[in-house]
Ligand binder design. Structure first.
Ligand code: AMP
Length: 432
């Protein structure tokens, strides 16, 4: 897009994909032809990239995207389009809705003739009701999945682990359009325990100490001291990261809260904690992204014995009536299929209770005093969060850098999830 003064502005991944550096280096390690990567229509791009990956299944050693949200979207796409992909492989013809000349031309070198044996094999794999370990079956030489799955992306870990069937899930880096902050020097570590080692040569980094003693409230996440540089970071302390870059940012507050976990030589290592100020809020209560994520992680455990998976979530503070309440949106599916699970009201209400129990003292006391109403859980149908992603990308968000908003502010976004709602559940009116 163009800024009001006529400068071209784009997310970093868009800019980078168009450079010769990408063309001459990383692109050469990708199975997907560059024309399919650069195709502006993401449906056609995704279709051609998956088709290439299936046709050259023995060449694929790594499945990756910058953020895990894109891999989740890719899985959904495969679930919806595997029959059509098989049909293309069986007949050797590319579907006629792929009209992009770059994609058509690139695919003509890959889809060179009918291959019914391969189509049968893929069909057999995808027809299996359970897609557990499906990546390993489709791409037998796959060694690992590479995608950022810390912070708000951690909600996709269970899904990627299920479909990976034991393949390591590597969260390689901590990056943003402002700067490349750090890399993961222990790629095989548990995705929930990843620390990133800062790269001192990519920007000038400073760290604002913030008051947050693990599970602390958002109102306590505030600056408590002067910024320190890389060498003066203290282990165990929480910081907000500040960058000064060659591109012209001066002491820019990125808005991420990190926890110092170690050093590699003199370079500090950090765990990503949360985006600052992403909060649910009613009155004086503020619930942070981290509080919400922990509460939901606790609550969804009770769905596991029923074979139910939580594939995406979001929330908002509903203050349309008094007292207001927090509303959660959950997209659920059965482990082996995309079918909407049978929703047992008692179990879902228990989920609401566990979320509330996991919130902190302030929330619970407000709830007991009646200053906040019972938490509401809205279950949405399969694909609702895709619609949300489509909405944000239509407004200019980059699909490859998309972060699922864990707390919604936009009326339109709330409307989208409301229209996909298939069940509403509440915790008990009064909290014990
Ligand atoms: P953008 O520049 O729009 O792609 O967004 C960069 C933001 O993505 C960062 O400021 C973080 O909030 C988030 N992010 C990037 N890398 C990671 C990571 N490894 N873990 C968690 N969040 C990340």
């Amino acid at each position: 897009m163009k800024t009001p003064s006529g400068l071209v502005a784009s997310p970093y991944s868009t800019f980078y994909s168009k450079t010769n550096t990408f063309k001459n280096s990383l692109a050469k390690f990708c199975i997907s032809p560059i024309e399919t990567i650069l195709c502006l229509d993401h449906k056609k791009s995704m279709f051609c990239q998956l088709l290439t990956g299936l046709l050259q299944r023995d060449e694929v050693v790594r499945l990756g995207s910058i953020f895990a949200s894109v891999l989740e979207r890719t899985i959904k796409f495969l679930e919806d389009y595997w029959r059509e992909l098989c049909c293309n492989i069986r007949t050797g013809y590319l579907r006629d809705w792929i009209i992009d000349p770059g994609c058509k031309n690139a695919m003509s070198f890959i889809l060179t003739g009918p291959n019914p044996e391969l189509a049968d094999l893929i069909q057999q794999i995808c027809e299996d009701k359970s897609w557990e370990g499906v990546f390993k079956k489709l791409w037998p030489k796959i060694k690992y999945i590479s995608s950022i799955c810390t912070g708000s992306m951690s909600q996709y870990i269970p899904l990627l682990e299920l479909y990976g069937g034991g393949i390591p899930l590597v969260s390689p880096s901590y990056v943003s359009s402002e700067a490349c902050f750090g890399i993961n020097l222990k790629p095989l570590s548990n995705p929930f325990d990843v620390s990133y080692t800062f790269l001192p040569n990519t920007a000038y980094f400073e760290f604002l100490p913030v008051n947050k003693d693990g599970g602390g409230k958002a109102q306590e996440t505030r600056t408590i001291d002067k910024p320190v540089d890389l060498e003066n970071v203290k282990l165990g302390q929480y910081y907000e990261v500040v960058v000064t870059t060659l591109a012209g940012l001066y002491r820019y507050r990125v808005g991420d809260v990190l926890k110092a976990t170690g050093f590699y030589n003199k370079s500090p290592q950090f765990q990503f904690v949360e985006r600052k100020n992403v909060v649910l809020s009613i009155g004086a209560d503020k619930t942070t992204e981290e509080d919400l994520s922990k509460a939901i992680t606790n609550a969804k455990l009770i769905l596991e014995p029923f074979g139910i998976m939580l594939t995406a979530y979001s929330s908002y503070s509903d203050t349309s009536s008094t007292p207001g309440r927090y509303v959660l949106f959950w997209e659920l599916k059965m482990k082996g299929s995309n079918d909407l699970p049978k929703l047992d009201a008692r179990v879902m209400e228990q989920c609401c209770c566990i979320v509330e129990e996991s919130f902190d003292f302030t929330y619970k006391s407000f709830r007991k005093d009646g200053a906040i109403s019972a938490l509401e859980l809205r279950v949405v149908k399969h694909g609702s969060f895709d619609e949300l992603m489509d909405f944000y990308t239509s407004k200019g968000a980059s699909i490859s850098q998309y972060k699922p908003p864990c707390c919604l502010k936009s009326e339109e976004a709330i409307k989208i999830l409301n229209s996909g709602t298939v069940g509403k559940f509440f915790s008990p009116k009064t909290m014990s």
